[in-house]
Design a protein around this ligand. Structure first.
Ligand SMILES: [Mn+2]
Length: 432
C-alpha cells in the first residue's frame, strides 16, 4: 500500500499555521470570559482532547436510501481502504481512533493482519456488529422471515453461529463488545406471535451470551420499525432493558438516536438506562422523520446537548460502572463521507464540552427550589456558549487540524483516492 496517498503531518502543520493566530486570539478571549464565570478554560480543553467516538467501517462508503445509491468518487473498496479513510478522519480530528466493524461486510481473511494494519495507522477496534438482516452469498438458509426469532430452529442456529463467529473474530482484533441488531419483525397483524417471538429471541441471545468472553459486553439495539413495518421484536428501550436484565450483567442497551418514534424524549431514556446500570452506549446520528441517519447534530443539536447533559451529569457524579461506548452510525448519501464523519465527531465533542459547562450547582438549586426558568437558563447558558475555540485548540494540540474541513479539502485526498480506487460495483455501505 506504499504508493497510496496519505495526508502528511507537515501538511497539517502548514495548514494550522494559517489559522493559529486567530485561534489564539479567540481562545484567549473565551478564557477571559470563562474566568469571570469561575471556569478554567484549560480544564475544558483537556476534556475535549480526551473525548473519543468510534467510526463505523460502513460509514466511509456512500450510503443509500430504499430507492437508490449514488456512489461517490474514490470510495473504499475493501476493509483496508476503509481503514485508510478512517485513519485520515482520525488524523485530522484526533477523536476517532476506534473503528467498528461489520461482519460479513468487513470479514478479514486474516484478522491478525488486519489488526496490525489498523495499529500501524493509530487505530483499534470498537464493538463488532453482526448481520442477520440480509442474506449473504452462499448462505444456506434465508433471513427473509427472521433470524434469531425465526420459527425454524435451524435458521435460528445459523444466526446464532454467525454471532458467535463475530465474537471470535473480534477476540483476535482486540474488540471488547458485540452489538446485535436484528431486522426481525412482522409486516402484517397476525404475522408474528409477539410473545413466542420474544421467547425465541431470549433463547437465541442466551446462547450468544454464553459465547462472550468474561471481559466482553453484548449490546442490544432496539428499533421501533423498519425493515418490518408493523412490529419489530426489539421495538423499544423497555424491551431492550427487559432482555438485557434477563440475559445478565454483560448485556446492556444500545441507544441509536434514529430508532425512536418522532419527538420521543431520548435524553430521559438515557437517564433511565444510566440509573438502571444498563446503558451500553450510542449510535449517534440525527433525524427529522424516522431513521434518517443524518449527520449528528445537523437537525436537533439541542437534543444532542441534552443527551450529553445526562451523560456528563453521571460522569461528574461518578456513577458506578458508567462507561458508555460512543459510536457514529450514519448514512452519507449526498456528502463526502469523510467530511460528514469528521464534522459529526466535532459536533459530539462540542456537545460534550458544552455539557461540562453546565453550572450543576445552579441547576440543582433551581431544581430544588422548583425554579423552572432558572433550571432552563442554567442549561441554555452552557448550550449557547460558543466552544469552537476550545475544540479547535484541542485538535491542534493533538496534532490534528485546527480546521479539519479546510485541511481535508486542501489536501486533495478525495481526488487522489479517485485515481487510486477505480469504481467497482457492490461495495458494502448500509444503514443499521
Ligand atoms: Mn445503529
Amino acid at each position: 500500500m506504499a504508493e497510496h496517498f496519505n495526508i502528511i503531518q507537515e501538511f497539517i502543520e502548514k495548514e494550522n499555521r494559517k489559522a493559529q493566530g486567530w485561534l489564539n486570539e479567540d481562545y484567549d478571549h473565551l478564557g477571559r470570559q470563562f474566568r469571570r464565570r469561575g471556569i478554567e478554560i484549560e480544564s475544558l480543553t483537556a476534556l475535549a482532547q480526551k473525548f473519543q467516538v468510534a467510526v463505523p467501517s460502513w460509514g466511509v462508503g456512500t450510503g443509500g436510501t430504499r430507492f437508490a445509491r449514488f456512489p461517490g468518487q474514490g470510495e473504499p473498496r475493501d476493509i483496508y481502504e476503509k481503514l485508510e479513510d478512517c485513519s485520515t478522519i482520525n488524523q485530522l480530528v484526533r477523536s476517532t481512533s476506534a473503528v467498528s466493524l461489520h461482519i460479513p461486510w468487513d470479514k478479514p481473511e486474516d484478522p491478525s493482519c488486519l489488526k496490525e494494519f489498523a495499529g500501524s495507522r493509530g487505530l483499534h477496534f470498537d464493538a463488532m456488529n453482526s448481520n442477520t438482516f440480509q442474506d449473504q452469498t452462499g448462505q444456506s438458509l434465508s433471513y427473509k422471515f427472521g433470524s434469531l426469532t425465526h420459527p425454524d430452529r435451524s435458521v435460528r442456529e445459523q444466526a446464532i453461529a454467525h454471532n458467535v463467529e463475530c465474537i471470535e473474530i473480534g477476540r483476535t482484533l482486540g474488540s471488547k463488545a458485540h452489538t446485535v441488531w436484528i431486522g426481525d419483525g412482522g409486516n402484517f397483524p397476525g404475522q408474528h406471535h409477539f410473545r413466542r417471538a420474544l421467547e425465541r429471541y431470549l433463547e437465541s441471545m442466551g446462547e450468544i451470551y454464553e459465547a462472550l468472553p468474561d471481559d466482553w459486553r453484548v449490546f442490544i439495539e432496539h428499533k421501533l420499525y423498519e425493515p418490518a413495518f408493523y412490529s419489530t421484536v426489539i421495538n423499544d428501550w423497555g424491551i431492550s432493558y427487559y432482555c438485557a436484565s434477563q440475559l445478565g450483567p454483560k448485556a446492556q442497551c444500545l441507544v441509536d438516536l434514529g430508532h425512536h418514534a418522532p419527538n420521543v424524549n431520548i435524553e430521559m431514556i438515557v437517564a433511565r438506562l444510566i440509573q438502571f446500570g444498563k446503558l451500553a452506549g450510542f449510535h449517534f446520528n440525527d433525524s427529522k422523520y424516522g431513521d434518517d441517519d443524518l449527520d449528528a447534530g445537523s437537525i436537533k443539536p439541542f437534543q444532542l446537548f441534552l443527551i450529553f447533559n445526562e451523560l456528563v451529569d453521571a460522569e461528574v457524579e461518578g456513577v458506578a460502572d458508567f462507561s458508555p461506548a460512543y459510536m457514529l452510525d450514519q448514512s452519507h448519501n449526498v456528502t463526502d463521507p469523510i467530511e460528514s464523519l469528521m464534522l459529526s465527531a466535532v459536533e459530539l465533542t462540542r456537545s460534550y464540552v458544552q455539557a461540562h459547562l453546565v453550572d450543576r450547582n445552579a441547576l440543582r438549586e433551581a431544581q430544588e427550589k422548583c425554579d423552572a426558568i432558572g433550571a432552563l437558563a442554567a442549561l441554555k447558558q452552557a448550550y449557547t456558549t460558543d466552544v469552537a475555540p476550545i475544540i479547535a485548540m484541542a485538535r491542534g494540540r493533538a496534532n490534528g487540524a485546527i480546521d479539519p474541513l479546510a485541511a481535508y479539502r486542501a489536501s486533495g485526498y478525495r481526488n487522489h483516492k479517485a485515481k487510486e480506487r477505480p469504481a467497482s460495483v457492490g461495495i458494502s455501505a448500509g444503514i443499521v
